[in-house]
Design a protein around this ligand. Structure first.
Ligand code: B12
Ligand code: SF4
Length: 506
């Protein structure tokens, strides 16, 4: 019977602890971008395993912030027999490998397992690093359970053949899945051995599987290929409420829904029911902030119900204002729907944060000009623009697999190529070292142009911030009445948005 440690390694760890410290404490840092985050995938996985094994979750980012990194490291090294490292985002690639090396150098015989989305995409490459013993591809509950049992029974890695488990000797392909998603346990923050107020998990996941839409640049609709689940399955609303309750018991003050539940065919009624249950149970008033996200297609009825339940923000992934690009990349809404949803949110008193992208395959100057105009219209409708992210094209996506059709050439292909994002930090933007992080170029879309397009949209947002602020001021009464506990800096964080427009790239 083994003790199992689940570990999140801070970005930049491969450059040394002092560097990580600098990264986290940098005035422009955000926990998510520059520190790292524990994915709720790993939180669910650890909880699933915890009924059979002594299990703990460690955020090494929290350990650094709390100044007890050495102590936590000793705890991990001395008290755990199996190390499960999160490699969910490509930003974690180099740091996770570096930490794996440290573990292997200390205890060569203890198994080092990695998993998560990025690990799943590149499982066959990652498994050949000497510091990694096993990669789990896709949803990991059943594969990990079977793997631990096999190790318990004395099987050698050479003999292990389990679906989803990739070793140096055998590729188990796609994982076996827990068919009924309601049997996946809600995650238990009590398993976290590193705690600080800001690290209390706040994200709630309501869905598993391949998104039913087909956006050409997205991995969410290709999950069946490298993750396992082709059917898109929502958890019951009671499951969601239980998760929220447990988070509250552990001191969470915010709730973020960060998934594609809105994309389900019955999303309207499901999300309405969640909001109603949050409202009825009185849970809504116990949180300072509840935030949901969607493509900009929420109905007014749903938004009204969300207000009653004390939701204060909706993140709208608008991405582009160009009807041509929306269509070419199969986004499931029109500019008119986008503007209507934002206006509805504003009138209901929910803050609509809008998120944008640049560098879409086939993007032209004209698309950027149209998008600038649409961003202005969203602000006039009451939206609050937040971010412009340059598109990164990943393997498995339509854009990647049909580069000629999309008139692009993708410059990255291997795990190592994408690991370049591990080195990225805010200061590189100021030094102008950005081109390394652009994943593709097109017939009429050079790397310079992608950079210019990003800057143009960001400048447009910066120019519009005073107007956005004014719009927010005019619903200040509505917002403070609806959300008495919400600190206004959460609503009017314009200074930070403005700074991010100058200094953030990815
Ligand atoms: C929710 C989400 C977020 C949330 C995460 C909140 C949280 N606390 O988890 C937020 C908004 C913070 C986020 C941020 C980012 N995200 Co994101 N995110 C997602 C999203 C939509 C869902 C992931 C999810 O939670 N699924 C449900 C859970 C239960 O499943 P899961 O995470 O896959 O976990 C299972 C397995 O992967 C595995 N597993 C997971 N962890 C581990 C660990 C071990 C040890 C093992 C063995 C197995 C294992 O087992 C889990 C249970 O079955 C995905 C798209 C998608 N549909 O997958 C993108 C996605 C993962 N994100 C992506 C990106 C690019 C980002 C950002 C870089 C965006 C940006 N420009 O800033 C940042 C990076 C954050 C960081 N810290 O580095 C990409 C990843 C691409 C890549 N190759 O790295 C994706 C695929 C979206 C896309 N572009 O197509 N994201
Ligand atoms: S709707 Fe979102 S998650 Fe679904 S395919 Fe499009 S970008 Fe991906």
């Amino acid at each position: 019977m083994q003790n199992v440690a689940f570990i999140q390694v801070p970005r930049g760890f491969h450059k040394g602890l002092e560097y990580v410290d600098w990264l986290i404490n940098h005035p422009r840092a955000t926990m998510v971008r520059d520190g790292g985050t524990i994915g709720y995938g790993m939180l669910h996985l650890a909880t699933y395993i915890s009924n059979k094994y002594e299990t703990a979750i460690f955020s090494l980012t929290s350990a650094l912030i709390e100044n007890n990194f050495r102590q936590i490291l000793n705890d991990i090294l001395l008290n755990y027999d199996v190390y499960c490292l999160q490699l969910n985002w490509m930003l974690e690639s180099k740091s996770t490998l570096r930490f794996a090396k440290l573990l292997k150098a200390t205890y060569p015989d203890k198994p080092v397992i990695v998993g998560g989305t990025n690990a799943s995409i590149f499982a066959d490459q990652i498994v050949h690093y000497p510091e990694i013993d096993v990669v789990i591809r896709g949803e990991a509950e059943i594969p990990l359970e079977k793997l631990l049992l096999a190790i318990d029974n004395g099987s050698s890695l050479y003999d292990i053949k389990i679906p989803g488990v990739v070793t140096k000797y055998h590729d188990g392909g796609l994982p076996e899945l827990i068919d009924d998603v309601n049997k996946i346990p809600i995650y238990d923050p009590g398993l976290l051995k590193t705690r600080m107020a800001s690290s209390i998990p706040i994200a709630v996941n309501r869905v598993r599987g391949r998104c039913p839409f087909n956006c050409t640049y997205c991995l969410g609709c290709k999950l069946d290929r490298f993750h396992g689940r082709s059917e898109f399955k929502l958890m019951d609303t009671d499951w969601v409420i239980d998760q929220i309750r447990l988070l509250k018991e552990h001191g969470a003050n915010h709730i973020y829904f960060q998934d594609e539940a809105w994309a389900a065919s019955n999303a309207e009624e499901h999300l309405l029911e969640i909001a109603q249950k949050i409202n009825k149970s009185g849970l809504g008033n116990q949180f300072e902030l509840i935030r949901d996200n969607a493509a900009p297609i929420f109905s007014r009825d749903l938004l009204q119900e969300m207000v009653k339940a004390n939701y204060s923000f909706v993140d709208f992934g608008c991405e582009t204002g160009s009807p041509k690009l929306l269509k070419a990349h199969k986004r499931p809404y029109t500019v008119e729907q986008m503007l209507k949803s934002i206006r509805d949110a504003y009138e209901c008193g929910i803050v609509a944060d809008t998120w944008w992208m640049s560098g879409f395959p086939m993007e032209t100057e004209e698309d950027i000009a149209v998008t600038e105009e649409v961003i202005r219209k969203t602000v006039e409708a009451g939206g609050k623009p937040r971010w412009v992210t340059p598109t990164v094209i990943f393997p498995y996506t339509d854009c990647y697999e049909n580069q000629d059709d999309f008139e692009i050439q993708v410059l990255l292909s291997s795990f190592e190529d994408y690991a370049v994002y591990s080195d990225f930090n805010a200061d590189e933007i100021l030094s102008g070292n950005l081109k390394t992080y652009i994943s593709h170029y097109g017939k009429n879309l050079s790397k310079d142009q992608i950079e210019n397009n990003t800057d143009r949209l960001r400048n447009q947002i910066k120019e519009l911030l005073p107007l956005a602020e004014k719009k927010m001021e005019s619903i200040r009464g509505l917002i403070t009445t609806n959300y008495p506990s919400l600190s206004l800096s959460n609503v009017y964080n314009f200074e930070k948005v403005s700074m991010l427009m100058e200094t953030s790239f990815f």
